[in-house]
Design a protein around this ligand. Structure first.
Ligand code: FAD
Length: 321
């Protein structure tokens, strides 16, 4: 019995959400008094792989083959499942990221495993009972799910557990995965960035604005604030519906769900459908001229004020530093 964590790389580097998934998997391995093995797929340098030892992974299976240099959903799922079998891992942990959401159900099918996706806490284990708290209904509710199967897959929501250091020595092993041609039906040959902007699903800081901004001509200050902070930009649904901003920036129930460390909501009322996509952000700052705006109820910090006065002052203050 052991725990396996999939460590997703982007251009050979691990993101913070990976260190969080490893920290979480290590805590589960400790609950089970077992070791933690990580599996990395893609070309990741040894130095970067060794970083995982800081968070408790004592063994790393490294798959570094050209065919899997870029993410191929079906093939990655097969490799992770075969690594779980090799390690006799009955618990597989991964981040509930964009690619994690595609991988988790596929691995679950391959391993005939129960799946808790969107986990927000450590499993509660009582005898043979294994329960995981997870988000449900686009983040509007929590569900306690019991995984009754022998194998279990847990996809952790970003920012739900935190990164916890737990230094251990690391052994890196090359894992000769058996890659099936049938898993390589669609292969990404190259990734060309459409923009240099920070990718919204992965962003740690997000500056978001809504209908309170009055029109697309006023997004200059939002972009400037985002640039100064190194943040991605997002918006509410009516803003993208009106074509003030691209649909790729629309967050919420019908848009994308994000969990950044900091979400700054400017001129957004805080409708339940919007909150569904952003409420798991670690820190929420709301700027709204209406003190009764519902968003203030979930805000960690709030500024009651006119965005057209507050934002230029924020920009000025950031430039002064
Ligand atoms: P408004 O509700 O118009 O709010 C504008 C806010 O700006 C107000 O709070 C106002 O006080 C403030 N304001 C105005 N002027 C200023 C100023 N000068 N300075 C500071 N503040 C100012 N919405 C989403 O965002 N994402 C979704 O995924 C989504 N999915 C939906 C799905 C369904 C099925 C339905 C029915 C709705 C969905 N909606 C979604 C829409 C949602 O219900 C709200 O209508 C929407 O979020 C409101 O957007 P808003 O806050 O930008 O605009």
């Amino acid at each position: 019995m052991s725990v396996l964590v999939y460590v997703e790389q982007a251009e050979g580097k691990f993101k913070k959400s990976v260190f969080e998934a490893v920290s979480y998997a290590k805590a589960i391995a400790d609950q089970q008094s077992t070791n933690l093995t990580a599996i990395s797929i893609g070309n990741v340098a040894e130095e970067e792989l060794k970083e995982l030892g800081k968070y408790g992974a004592s063994k790393i299976l490294n798959v570094s083959v050209d065919q899997l240099k870029t993410f191929v959903n079906q093939a990655y799922a097969s490799v992770i499942a075969s690594a779980a079998e090799k390690e006799s891992a009955d618990i597989v942990v991964l981040s509930n990221s964009f690619s994690g959401k595609g991988l988790a159900p596929r691995i679950a099918v391959k391993l005939k495993a129960g799946l808790a996706d969107g986990a927000v806490g450590l499993p509660k284990i009582d005898g043979s009972k294994f329960e995981v708290k997870k988000t449900a209904f686009s983040g509007k509710a929590f569900a306690i799910t019991e995984l009754t199967s022998a194998n279990k897959i847990i996809a952790l929501n970003p920012n739900a557990f935190g990164v916890k250091e737990n230094h251990t020595d690391v052994v890196i092993e090359n894992f000769a995965a058996d890659i099936k041609q049938s898993d390589l039906g669609t292969v990404i040959k190259d990734i060309v960035r459409a923009t240099d902007k920070i990718s919204l699903p992965d962003a740690e800081l997000v500056v978001s604005a809504g209908r309170g901004l009055k029109g697309p001509e006023n997004w200059g200050m939002i972009e400037e604030l985002a640039n100064l902070l190194g943040a991605a930009t997002a918006c509410s649904k009516p803003v993208s519906d009106a074509d003030w901003r691209p649909h790729s920036e629309h967050v919420g129930q019908t848009g994308i769900s994000i969990s950044p460390n900091l979400y700054i909501a400017i001129g957004i009322s805080g409708a339940i459908q919007h909150l569904a996509g952003v409420s798991s952000s670690k820190v929420i700052v709301v700027i709204n001229k209406d003190p009764e705006a519902p968003f203030f109820k979930v805000a960690d910090y709030g500024i009651v004020g006119d965005a057209f006065e507050v934002i230029p002052k924020l920009i000025e203050a950031l430039k002064a530093h």
